[in-house]
Design a binder for this molecule. Structure first.
Ligand code: C2E
Ligand code: MG
Ligand code: MG
Length: 661
């Protein structure tokens, strides 16, 4: 009997089946489709063998011919079914994603209609030595139905570009192509019964190329990779299957962890997490782990075990942080899931645990909205620079100012930097934003008008993130040169960074810029972001006392003493001082009496839009006004409510004589 090839095919398929069901795998939709294709292939090859046995038995008179014909019908019908399953495998994702279920129904009707015809129409068979084949109307129908399905499968694999990778397209082409070639050969040489073998061969190709789960397994820990996580979460959201997840962030508490020790710790964690068979454990892109449960109660029970036991699974000091999402349906898409986790890492900065609920999700959506706001503001030119004047005590003039960024929303309202700068710093948008701010400042200074009105320089805030990503010296120098701005007109404000390597980069860049001619100020002194050792190390020429530090002077005696000795010390070091956040006459007097060089605060002015700032300088820096102020003590300051976006004017009086200016 001519069944050797089919038996080999069956052996191959059964082996594949056993490997497939035994291996560690993710319950992915495509995997399930592959499983059905595999089963239908096994049935088809088995029926192929049975039909040959049946035909031989009928020829020997051991089986009634109608029984042999019936087996043949089952066999050809299974061929159409198998082609349909292959088609679904190639096109299933496409139908799901595009909601083109109607097409699937058409193919269903085509296949099952074909099968009905196969059973209704006559079939016959031939046995001539090694040549065995069936023929007749039922076989013709089979050929037509299968051919259409194979061609559709290939077209689907190639058409659904967005859904199919190059690897997937070629694997499917090879699978279906070898099948088609085998059918053709068999048609021309009926003794070569290749179809069953080609089908099994095709399944092997698909398994090796597309369904091999080991590709998604991290070699170091044996857990699923971050890529596998993407596929799995994508699959779950696409098919609206809910889940719970625990994202574990791992932070070594010792510096310079040895490779081997790090590896051992990762293995320890992986092993611990993997004890629960109901959990799918993944490595995450941030070098932590994500554990997914299909059952919420299970996750809740396991979470306690993980929190209490994980620390013992590693032999070095490690800090674990947890982002727990009890119900995945709180988010809409896999894309949102990953964006959300990125956001949580930023949001949960110092927290050990973050339970994802509607409030955190709302926060994330706001974060995304703000990111979008920054992008569109940059594109549409809605980034604006306001200027807040500094009062120079020794001259009685407003001789410097701080540039403070704002974004104007579509309704014309002003959005304060506290809302968007931290987010821009987090996601890198601070680079284009910082350039835009600096460009606007330089364009403003290039007009020469503020200088004519008595302005000596502008302070521009720089974020540490701006020093980390792009070479800041290049961008700053380029913008100054493009606008022919004298570097002595620029004073960059920096804040402290806890990160030592960032500090070294900062220092290097600062020195380059200082050589070029700009100066630096240390911002936010007294907030814990800028401390004593910092200004000793950093080549700054000015220290800015933060709002809270200035305010504390008036609130407790210790702070008062501290501030006084600080000022003394700083002056001895040749540093100038700007006192920020001065809101009242009393504060302004006290600061001036303490000997600070500059005073910045709402007492004099809020940050002003460019035009209003020029008007402010014009009104308050005119020689006659300064003279009058010095002689009679009457300072008229236009007052603008910039921050709320409501502009109004008011007047404030600064008494001169009592200040001893
Ligand atoms: P900062 O650099 O410490 O700026 C001083 C902040 O104090 C400004 O807030 C200013 O409006 C506010 N301020 C000034 N005087 C008073 C006062 O008398 N009372 C009170 N309560 N506040 C006063 P603003 O403009 O909202 O900026 C907040 C922070 O955003 C800035 O703090 C700075 O860290 C950041 N920022 C602002 N503009 C930029 C920028 O262009 N680039 C970067 N990287 N950061 C910026
Ligand atoms: Mg500042
Ligand atoms: Mg400040």
């Amino acid at each position: 009997m001519n069944i050797v090839l089919q038996c080999c095919a069956l052996a191959m398929l059964v082996t594949l089946f056993l490997i497939f069901v035994r291996e560690k795998n993710l319950d992915l939709h495509s995997r399930r489709l592959f499983f059905f294709a595999l089963i239908s292939c096994i049935i088809c090859v088995s029926l192929d063998i049975l039909s040959i046995i049946g035909i031989n038995a009928a020829a020997a008179g051991n089986l009634p011919p109608f029984a042999a014909k019936l087996i043949c019908k089952f066999y050809v019908a299974s061929l159409t079914f198998q082609s349909y399953e292959a088609f679904l495998y190639a096109a299933g994702e496409f139908f799901e994603a595009r909601k083109k279920r109607i097409f699937r129904t058409v193919y269903q009707i085509w296949t099952f209609g074909g099968m009905v015809l196969i059973f209704g129409l006559p079939i016959d068979y031939t046995l001539n030595g090694r040549e065995v084949y069936s023929y007749g109307p039922a076989t013709v129908v089979t050929y037509i139905v299968v051919l259409v399905l194979i061609v559709s499968t290939i077209i689907m694999a190639f058409r659904g570009n967005g859904y199919s990778t190059r690897q997937r397209r070629w694997a499917i082409l090879l699978w279906q192509g070898s099948w088609l070639a085998a059918a053709l050969i068999q048609l021309l040489a009926p003794s070569l019964l290749l179809v069953g073998f080609a089908a099994a061969f095709g399944m092997l190709i698909i398994y090796a190329e597309l369904e091999n789960p080991h590709e998604g397994i991290d070699r170091m820990t044996g857990q699923y990779t971050a890529n596998a996580l993407q596929s799995y979460v994508g699959d779950l959201y696409q098919h609206r299957r809910t889940f719970s997840s625990i994202h574990i962030l791992v932070e070594y508490l010792t510096e310079n962890v040895e490779m081997e020790a790090g590896k051992a710790a990762m293995l320890g964690i992986a092993e611990f997490l993997n004890r629960d068979r109901a959990a799918y454990v993944f490595r995450s892109a941030d070098d932590g782990f994500v554990v997914i449960y299909r059952n919420r109660e299970r996750m809740e029970a396991e979470y306690g075990r993980i929190r209490s036991g994980l620390q013992n699974a590693v032999s070095m000091p490690v800090r674990f942080r947890y982002i727990v999402m009890p119900d995945s349906s709180i988010l809409d898409t896999a894309d949102e899931y990953f964006r959300f986790h990125h956001y949580c890492i930023y949001e949960a900065e110092e927290k050990d645990e973050l339970i994802v609920n509607r409030v955190t999700v709302a926060g994330m959506r706001e974060y995304s909205d703000i990111k979008e706001l920054i992008r569109t503001a940059l594109d549409d030119g809605r980034v604006e620079v306001f200027y807040q004047p500094f009062y120079e005590v020794s001259t009685g003039r407003f001789s410097a100012a701080e540039a403070l960024v704002r974004i104007r929303d579509l309704d014309g309202r002003v959005i304060l930097p506290g809302v968007f700068v931290p987010i821009a710093e987090d996601n890198g948008l601070i680079i284009p934003l910082g350039m835009e701010i600096f460009r606007q400042v330089c364009v403003f200074l290039a007009t020469g008008i503020p200088q004519k009105l008595g302005l000596n320089y502008v302070e521009v805030n720089l974020s540490v993130a701006q020093f980390e990503r792009e070479n800041p010296t290049e961008f700053a120098v380029r913008i100054m040169e493009e606008n022919h701005v004298d570097p002595s007109l620029i004073n960059f404000e920096i804040t402290e960074t806890a990160n030592n390597s960032a500090k070294q980069v900062l220092l290097k860049n600062m020195n380059k810029l200082i050589d070029y001619g700009v100066h630096f100020s240390l911002d936010d002194f007294g907030t814990g972001r800028s401390n004593l050792d910092y200004f000793v190390d950093m080549p700054v020429s000015t220290i800015k006392f933060d709002y809270s530090f200035t305010q504390s002077y008036f609130q407790n005696m210790k702070a008062k003493d501290l501030l006084e000795s600080m000022i003394d010390l700083m002056h001895k070091m040749g540093l100038k001082i700007v006192s920020e956040g001065v809101e009242t006459l009393e504060q302004m007097r006290a600061m001036a009496a303490l000997g600070v060089e500059f005073i910045q605060g709402f007492y004099f002015s809020q940050p002003l839009p460019q035009e209003e700032f020029l008007r402010f300088l014009q009104e308050n820096n005119a020689t006659s006004v300064v003279k009058e102020r010095r002689e009679h003590g009457g300072l008229r300051v236009s007052y603008t409510e910039g921050s709320a976006g409501v502009y109004g004017t008011g007047e404030m009086a600064v008494p001169g004589p009592s200040l001893d200016l």
